[in-house]
Design a protein around this ligand. Structure first.
Ligand SMILES: NC(=O)c1ccc[n+]([C@@H]2O[C@H](COP(=O)([O-])OP(=O)(O)OC[C@H]3O[C@@H](n4cnc5c(N)ncnc54)[C@H](O)[C@@H]3O)[C@@H](O)[C@H]2O)c1
Ligand SMILES: [Fe+2]
Length: 407
């Protein structure tokens, strides 16, 4: 038996934020990040709508990008004090993910972070509060997914919490919130969404329910991401929907090793000044993983089908040619978005540089451990090919040096 789970309601379109007025409850805890929601007036608006709905409102502000276990624990304690019956998480993937984990700890104070990370092992939530997620970036789709990514900075590792229990009850997908994103964020979150849809489509857990969402998302992202990056507001608005469709797909079809590798390299070189931003990591690794996975016949056929939908290659081309063209197309997108092709060239502000942040000797010294952690990541289980330790190390090397994957 397979399961397909989404939020009960998805309010979408310009002005959808107003849906908050229709909520019923007593106390709402709004969780936000570093200030963009305040700066652009969305936080005050949301709070006013909730008060109009008759609720008492408190805020948890300042949730950092790539939120830590400590932030989660502190936020849960605040929830414990306030006792909300609605948690309203607003912003990018970071504050929404942190709020999801706070929600678990609020409902079950005895649960540890290690307990939360047991895949599909959470107790039943909603005994104290319901959860509404309002996304302001167009990438993670955490507003509709069963995932939350929390970083353990002591270990330098990102841990995905995965359980349909944390799929929000309500998602608000209002493109007004995404219009204020700076370009670089558009690029990174957009390639994150592209990776979600491609990984979901070739995942071993793909289904008739997830395929149409993944394919439609790929088509939209292909058409809208670059124009959105270059300032086309209508394309920016469409990207907000596209990333959400991708999220509906991957929340149910799961992901693959692009994400396993992104999770395990993201914070691994923080001491070198290189935080490898999630979307940039995905953009760099996706072409390499496609080449690796395409050695599996089922995956190769699925990539070829993506290419047929994208219409970038003659239909009578061989599957191998189609895979090659898909890789080239995605690399071309990274070029247009000013994202480097490999870790070696990952430089200041995440832009391409001849000499990047991560020195070769540091990378090679940490490689075995990173590869081991990537294999153990929750996203590896649904990847079409199961890499060995040696293959994962080789694959990561290709992602460091931008060399061809021929194994
Ligand atoms: N839960 C999931 O399913 C899932 C999926 C993929 C990634 N993730 C995680 O999500 C996190 C990344 O989230 P993200 O990419 O959305 O970025 P983010 O939430 O980390 O935000 C990045 C920065 O953008 C700012 N920002 C957000 N929205 C803005 C707007 N509309 N205008 C201007 N500035 C804005 C924030 O203040 C922050 O400084 C990572 O931790 C990643 O691992 C989660
Ligand atoms: Fe992602």
């Amino acid at each position: 038996m397979a399961r397909f789970t989404l939020p009960r309601d998805i309010y979408h379109g310009k002005g959808a934020l107003e849906a908050l007025k229709t909520f019923t409850g007593k106390k709402a805890m709004i969780c936000v990040g570093g200030g963009s929601m305040q700066r652009f007036g969305f936080l005050d608006k949301a709070e006013a709508y909730l008060r109009e709905a008759g609720m008492e409102v408190e805020r948890i502000e300042g949730i950092e990008p790539d939120p830590s276990v400590e932030t989660v624990m502190k936020g849960a304690a605040k929830m414990q004090e306030f006792q909300p019956d609605w948690i309203i998480a607003m912003g990018g993937g970071s504050p929404i993910d942190a709020a999801k984990a706070m929600w678990i700890k609020y409902e079950y104070p005895e649960v540890t972070f290690e307990d939360m990370c047991k895949v599909f092992g959470l107790p039943k939530l909603r005994t104290k509060a319901h959860f509404c997620a309002i996304s302001s970036t167009s990438g993670t789709a955490t507003e509709v997914t069963a995932f939350s990514i929390i970083t353990d900075y002591n270990k330098g590792i990102k841990y995905p919490i995965a359980d349909f229990e944390i799929t929000p009850d309500v998602a608000i997908v209002d493109p007004d919130l995404a219009e204020t994103m700076p370009r670089k964020l558009v690029a990174h979150t957009g390639m994150d969404a592209m990776t979600h849809s491609v990984e979901a489509y070739v995942s071993t857990a793909n289904s008739d329910f997830t395929d149409p969402l993944a394919i439609h998302a790929i088509e939209m992202i292909m058409n809208d991401l670059i124009p959105s990056y270059n300032g086309d507001v209508a394309a920016r608005d469409r990207m907000h929907n596209a990333q959400c469709l991708a999220g509906m797909a991957f929340s149910n079809a799961l992901l693959g090793i692009v994400h396993s590798m992104a999770h395990k390299t993201g914070a691994a070189f923080a001491d070198c000044g290189a935080h490898i931003i999630h979307g940039a990591a995905n953009a760099m690794y996706l072409p390499k993983v496609i080449a690796f996975n395409a050695k599996d016949e089922t995956a190769r056929k699925r990539y070829a089908k993506i290419v047929d939908y994208m219409g970038i290659t003659r239909r009578d081309a061989s599957d191998d040619e189609k895979v090659r063209d898909l890789i080239e197309y995605l690399r071309g997108m990274s070029d247009e978005l000013n994202i480097p092709h490999c870790i070696k060239n990952y430089g200041a502000d995440s832009y391409p540089a001849d000499i990047g942040f991560v020195p070769e000797d540091v990378f090679l010294a940490r490689l075995p451990e990173i590869a081991k952690n990537a294999i153990a990541d929750a996203c590896t289980g649904s990847n079409p090919r199961r890499p060995s330790q040696r293959e994962m190390e080789e694959l990561l090397k290709c992602c460091y040096y931008d060399t061809e994957v021929d194994f």
